[in-house]
Write a protein that binds this ligand. Structure first.
Ligand code: FPP
Length: 253
């Protein structure tokens, strides 16, 4: 009966979404992998494995429903503080994911980009990121941005440094700096700001994710842990998003 009820609930969300008014860009903080594993008496790495599997499912679904951009937080500039074996497990999962993505690329045709400084990543993983990005650049449809060794503050400091360097070398002029041209120094250059930021797992904070870009994003929080975050949960987030009144500092209609 419970199963029947939850299935009914899922169908309801699909019926409630207006697929002609989807957000262009959805960003997700894939949180709760560790707790998911702990509840099952499994090592944290098993939670990340389940999280990576769920990322595949949700990314494919985003493509199916016609979202233009999906950005996920896979590894932050602060995540290096985690135990070495956990960091290594996440790197291993990313490597496996990219190897599979390259294999399926012609079929899936998903444009893949990476936000973050890839230079400290294991060489093999860094090369896979570069290869994936190069092969997929001309694909149209959904663009998936994986934030890897990414931090919003780090991104802003890098942008400021790059801009200052351009000024020193005569390519930029501080008097002409504005929000639009500053954005072009960010990892997200050319990508529209996220409309909706989703954080599963019950935590209600931004954790250094897309600090500049989420200035006017709608936020959606849920207690569901990331490995359990289903297509129905995504639809529920879209329903909530569509019920919001976005005024961007104005008064709305
Ligand atoms: C946060 O949950 C999750 C991470 C820091 C890692 C996310 C990594 C993956 C989902 C796997 C690789 C990704 C891809 C794109 C293939 P947490 O560990 O902080 O969970 P907790 O708060 O419950 O401990």
């Amino acid at each position: 009966m419970a199963w029947f009820k939850s299935k009914e609930k899922k169908q309801d969300f699909a019926a409630q979404v207006d697929f002609t008014r989807l957000p262009r860009h959805v960003a997700i903080i894939m949180d709760g992998n560790g707790r998911w594993a702990k509840r099952r008496g499994l090592p944290r790495s098993a939670g990340h494995g389940a999280g990576a599997e769920n990322f595949r499912t949700i990314a494919t679904y985003c493509k199916e429903i016609g979202l233009e951009y999906l950005t996920v937080y896979a590894f932050s500039t602060e995540n290096w503080k985690r135990p070495a074996e956990e960091v290594s497990a996440i790197m291993g999962l990313l490597k496996r994911y990219l190897l599979e993505a390259i294999e399926r690329m012609e079929r899936d045709r998903v444009k893949m980009c990476f936000f973050g400084d890839l230079s400290p990543l294991p060489k093999e993983l860094r090369l896979l990121c570069e290869q994936t990005r190069e092969i997929s650049q001309h694909y149209e449809g959904v663009q998936v941005n994986i934030c890897l060794n990414y931090g919003g503050r780090d991104e802003l400091v890098r942008a400021a440094k790059a801009f200052a360097q351009d000024c020193v070398e005569g390519r930029a002029d501080p008097n002409h700096l504005n929000e639009a041209n500053f954005s072009s120094y960010l990892f997200s250059c050319g990508v529209p700001d996220p409309d909706l930021v989703i954080r599963p797992s019950g935590e209600v904070r931004i954790s250094n994710f897309l600090l500049w870009q989420s200035a006017y994003a709608e936020f959606y929080y849920t207690d569901v842990l990331w490995p359990d975050f289903s297509k129905a949960d995504l639809l529920q987030a879209l329903v909530a998003y569509q019920a919001r009144s976005r005024r961007f500092g104005g008064v709305g209609r």
